[in-house]
Ligand binder design. Structure first.
Ligand code: SF4
Ligand code: F3S
Length: 112
């Protein structure tokens, strides 16, 4: 089992989640984060930290696409362990639906 970042993170990236992970298994894209399914130890500590409720357990239905995306991008994107400023307008779009089409595969900056 692993925890999974889902659509609500897109274009928000509050990054409260990365600070609490005991195994530093978050990876940063341009407008999204993924959790490495191979490294996550399923502790659940990050899940309540996300203001957008974008982190869920993989026991929920319909997460196959997000898990596959996380497997792929965690091999390509840089590691992130320290929180940073959220993306511009993150608070305004925290509840916005239909953001999946905006998801970028470009890498983020990771820890600076
Ligand atoms: Fe890290 Fe635990 Fe969240 Fe997995 S569930 S990403 S190990 S904080
Ligand atoms: Fe994304 Fe939530 Fe973390 S918005 S960066 S999963 S705190």
């Amino acid at each position: 089992m692993t925890y999974v970042v889902i659509e609500a993170c897109i274009n928000c990236k509050f990054t409260d989640c990365v600070e609490v992970c005991p195994v530093d298994c978050f990876y940063e894209g341009e407008n999204f984060l993924v959790i490495s399914p191979d490294e996550c130890i399923d502790c659940g500590v990050c899940e309540p930290e996300c203001p957008a409720e974008a982190i869920v357990a993989d026991t929920e239905d319909g997460l196959e696409w997000w898990i596959e995306f996380a497997e792929k991008m965690s091999e390509e994107w840089p590691n992130i362990t320290e929180s940073k400023e959220p993306m511009q307008n993150a608070d305004d779009i925290i509840d916005q639906e239909g953001k999946k089409t905006l998801l970028s595969e470009k890498p983020g900056e990771g820890d600076e």
